[in-house]
Ligand binder design. Structure first.
Ligand code: PEP
Ligand code: MG
Length: 325
């Protein structure tokens, strides 16, 4: 099936109406990096750093992490890599750093909450990233930020880490970019200052959808009950897109839905311009995007708003069938 897409591997994901969507890949292992070339991804939109913490029964050393991050940057060449700081808790529990029993782990002590409460681990990781990216560009993204103050506190940790490195005489990255994942509904309604302050944002659709519909992403029974293409969720995403446009803040979408061609086409229609997905999805998503007219999709979505349709999926599918080859 991948052969089918090889002809357009180096072609842009440009729609019929002339809009180009940036397609990036999600990664988490050194073994994922060869896909950067083979998939035609423009960069790594999400590098999940938790695996190196999960596969051990003790905290990895800073030097090990730094060496790995350096290899990731080496393998990526000129392509941008967005490193997401440690996202543990909920479904990803470290044996050596367990929260006390939590009745609702998905709503519990996880991700940036752990990072800010136990800053030692976050500082170690930030230092490893700074050292790995000495003289190069570094993009760091904080997971599960639920309010502006958490972003401010995390950014302050990064600034402290930079000061420390400077004092130690270590070379710093040539350019540093700090962003956040938008994966709790609260952050979509943060003060505009947050949207202006963040250098980039990425929608973590897996978590965002779970919290939007109050439906556990791990629970098959409820997970499929709510459509990503429902008018309610699309309107919510549209609001985020608009806030980022007003602030001039680059926005991407890196949850699993970005890798589904029908969903990806609708995301493009509501204004998302960068999607990050597993490498195998890039071909099919590009194939779809190159066949659609976003103006038609926007009109279909608008009509659903007016007619009281719950989801845009059926009419969108009808249109996509007419353009699919
Ligand atoms: C997400 O929540 O959509 C996301 C990309 O992060 P993860 O799946 O690792 O929680
Ligand atoms: Mg998430």
């Amino acid at each position: 099936a991948q052969e089918r897409y090889s002809a357009t591997r180096n072609a842009p994901a440009t729609t019929l109406c002339g809009t180009t969507i940036g397609l990036q890949m999600n990664a988490g292992l050194m073994a994922d990096l060869p896909s950067l070339e083979s998939s035609g991804a423009e960069g790594v939109g999400l590098f999940r750093t938790e695996l190196q913490f999960l596969i051990r029964n003790q905290m990895p050393r800073r030097s090990e992490l730094s060496a790995l991050y350096k290899r990731v940057l080496d393998a990526s060449g000129d392509k941008r890599v967005v490193f997401r700081t440690l996202d543990i808790g909920s479904d990803k529990v470290l044996t050596y750093m367990k929260p006390n029993d939590e009745p609702n782990p998905a709503l519990g002590w996880r991700a940036i909450r752990v990072g800010l409460d136990k800053p030692g681990v976050m500082r170690m990781q930030l230092q490893a990233l700074l050292r790995a990216a000495a003289g190069r560009n570094l993009s760091v993204m904080f997971p599960f930020v639920a309010q502006y103050s958490e972003y401010i506190a995390a950014k302050a940790e990064m600034n402290k880490a930079m000061d420390r490195e400077r004092k130690l005489g270590h070379p710093l990255p040539a350019k540093l970019e700090i962003g956040a994942m938008l994966e709790t509904p609260s952050l979509a309604f943060a003060p505009q200052a947050f949207f202006e302050d963040a250098e980039f944002l990425s929608i973590g659709g897996n978590d965002l959808k779970q919290f939007f519909f109050a439906a556990d992403r791990e629970n098959e029974r409820v997970r499929r009950r709510y459509d990503t293409l429902s008018i309610s969720f699309l309107s919510f995403l549209q609001g985020i897109v608009t806030r980022c446009e007003v602030a001039g803040t680059p926005l991407s979408f890196c949850g699993e839905d970005a890798g589904r061609p029908v969903e990806a086409a609708c995301f493009a229609a509501i204004g998302l311009r960068t999607l990050s997905m597993r490498p195998a999805s890039i071909g099919p998503v590009k194939h779809m995007l190159r066949r659609v007219d976003l103006n038609v999709l926007r009109k279909i979505i608008e009509e659903c708003h007016d007619s009281g349709e719950q989801s845009v999926r059926a009419p969108v599918m009808e249109y996509l069938k007419s353009v699919a080859r």
